[in-house]
Design a protein around this ligand. Sequence first.
Ligand SMILES: [Zn+2]
Length: 393
Amino acid sequence: MIEAEKPQSLVRKVERPPILDRIISERISDKEKDKLVDELLEKFDRQDIEEIKGGEIELSPRQKELIIEANRLISKALGGIGIKMKTEIKYPNIHILKADVFEKYRKKKGIKSESISAWTSIGEQAIFIKQEEYNELLFLDRIIHEMLHINSFISFQTVDMALDMEDRVGITERRTGLRIRETKIKIKKGKKGKKVAGRTFFNDLDEAIIEKLTLDIIRNFDLKISLGLKDDFQKSEKLRKILIDYIQKMFQERGGNMSQEELLEIGILYMVLNWGAVLLPEAGGFLEKYNENHDRIELEQAISFYSDQEASGFISHFAYGSQRILLERLINKIFEKNKEKFNNPSEIAQLFIRAAFEGRLLPLARLIDETFGKGSFRKLGEGEDITAVDFSE
Ligand SMILES: [Zn+2]
């Protein structure tokens, strides 16, 4: 049993103020920087966010335990590749909001995507989750993703404030993981140019890395979730792998004779099983029947059942599927071209993770420019698919 109220510290030694790797600016003194850091830290601790007052749903004792579990899993996952977890997230920083409050605050924050159900505010060190029905697995999935954002490399930069503000200079996010926000100079007629926050780069790639790690944790780690759900999940994982193998064989044996519709339907399910599905409903029943006689009819029935489930939106998915597919393609292409430097693609995946969590972009930028041509890293940051090159030419 985990004591929810007094989480044990998982981070042995904090080497930076939580959430803050650095503030980049030549325009303010070290003393001013320290003051800004203090202000930020106080803000993080207080979690006094006007816009969500009255709209918060209290976390259940079980959800508080799951937050501790998420810290443990993240620490283990990052530790496994030699990255030290930086920030242990305490439950006061996680806010479950009523749907209307969530939507209102999302719009106010300028987050355009209407489909999101959670986001992390770096400036507030707060995680906002839209109130929905979650089982323990989906709740874990959601908080691990957001908590990884806070644990990634974070820096701030200075911008000019409005003239009527007391402080001349304010700070805004510079880096969060791989995501970079540029600043630009905004010029109003007859006035001096102002430095303001500009566009962001590498957003998709950053999300892909964060969700890839989340998926690795959920699928491969020993999760402390309720026994019933854990049993369901293990069965779902077994069936998922059996179905993936079966569909691969099916494509090999009779792919050429399949109709367009069949190819499309099975192809979609194959992608869902590989990249999407968190938990397949009713997997236990299919698995039991299949284990009795290993009759392929059972698998055919499972395929048609899950195709329907997918079409009706009943299968919960890991997020950022298309972005993760692109990341995977990028990693494989880099490996293909640099086999003398790497033993396997996962060494390249680690390079991406390192850049997102430790901050150093240069090794990654160099590798990508060497592989795909000068300027490719920049293009990738702008969201361009740079993998559409054929190295065999
Ligand atoms: Zn995210």
